[in-house]
Design a protein around this ligand. Structure first.
Ligand code: NAD
Length: 263
């Protein structure tokens, strides 16, 4: 395994309890990082932290927060910085999709989508960036989606994820002079393995988000015609976050979707 030099680094991962976030926690754990897992699902988060410690994490602290409000985001990132004496990497993984045709989408739904996708990314990033600027180093990786390309049923979510991409380019420009890098991963469909989704995961709400046929049809639209695992996304996050592999990479978006989207 390549040493990506996270051994003495504090990595804060939002929505880290299940599915993609859990895969990202596992990947940083195997690199001996000091992990802060921010989530609302206490039971699932504690289980994921235990897995992280078994995989070799230097530490794994769970911080409970409701990331659907600016106040919740700002308070928990400040707490993470205070408790750990700093922050080296912020992974804005928390996000939420609610597929539906635009004409049946309510203002309440798009307000929730805004708070959980773009607002949370802005609030967590701004809080972390104040610290990163002062220390002249830091790294942010945010999760967007290939839905940002304009996908039926995902107009609001896609627009907000396109906002994550634009926001990331802007902060990469604004904070590059302080040696802070910021990049985006755009996953295709990543279904949790059995038991991997927590209570508050979008995939575990007792309702089908996508049918098996829709999932397979979606896989078939990609060049590789197979599904993406949380570990596939996590490896791309490690790549962007490490100064070993991506020292000169900033403001970029990488689709990890089996070639569903080729810019
Ligand atoms: N899974 C996919 O197919 C897919 C595709 C494209 C993009 N993405 C993006 O990747 C990221 C992760 O997606 P996922 O499918 O792993 O998510 P998920 O729904 O499986 O998990 C989200 C996590 O957020 C936590 N959470 C829910 N509400 C919360 C709240 N109010 N405050 C704090 N935590 C809360 C949940 O407990 C869970 O651990 C998101 O940004 C998503 O938009 C996912």
């Amino acid at each position: 395994m390549i040493d990506l030099q996270f051994a003495d680094k504090t990595v804060v991962i939002t929505g880290g309890a299940s599915n993609i976030g859990r895969g990202i926690v596992h990947a940083f754990a195997a690199q001996q990082a000091n992990i802060v897992l921010v989530d609302i699902d206490e039971e699932k988060a504690r289980a994921t932290c235990e897995e992280a410690l078994e995989l070799g994490a230097q530490g794994c602290a769970f911080m409970k927060a409701d990331l659907s409000s600016s106040e919740g985001c700002i308070a928990v990132i400040n707490d993470a910085i205070d408790v750990n004496g700093g922050i080296d990497v912020l992974v804005n993984n928390f996000g939420w999709g609610d597929p539906g045709l635009l004409l049946s989408t309510t203002p309440e739904q798009w307000d929730a989508l805004w708070r959980m996708n773009l607002n949370c990314t802005i609030a967590c990033s701004q809080t972390a960036l104040a610290h990163m600027k002062a220390h002249q180093k830091g790294n942010i990786v945010s999760l967007a989606s290939d839905a940002a390309q304009g996908v039926p049923n995902q107009s609001v979510y896609g627009a907000l994820k396109a906002g994550v991409v634009a926001f990331t380019k802007a902060i990469a420009n604004e904070f590059g002079r302080y040696k802070v890098r910021a990049n985006v991963i755009a996953p295709g469909i990543v279904l949790p393995k059995e038991g991997a989704a927590g209570e508050r995961s979008v995939w575990n709400r007792g309702q089908t988000v996508l049918t098996d046929k829709q999932v397979q049809d979606t896989y078939n639209l990609s060049a590789l015609r197979r599904g993406t695992d949380p570990g596939d996304i996590a490896n791309a996050v490690l790549f962007f976050a490490s100064e070993v592999t991506a020292r000169q990479v900033t403001g970029q978006t990488l689709s990890v979707s089996g070639g569903w989207w080729m810019p």
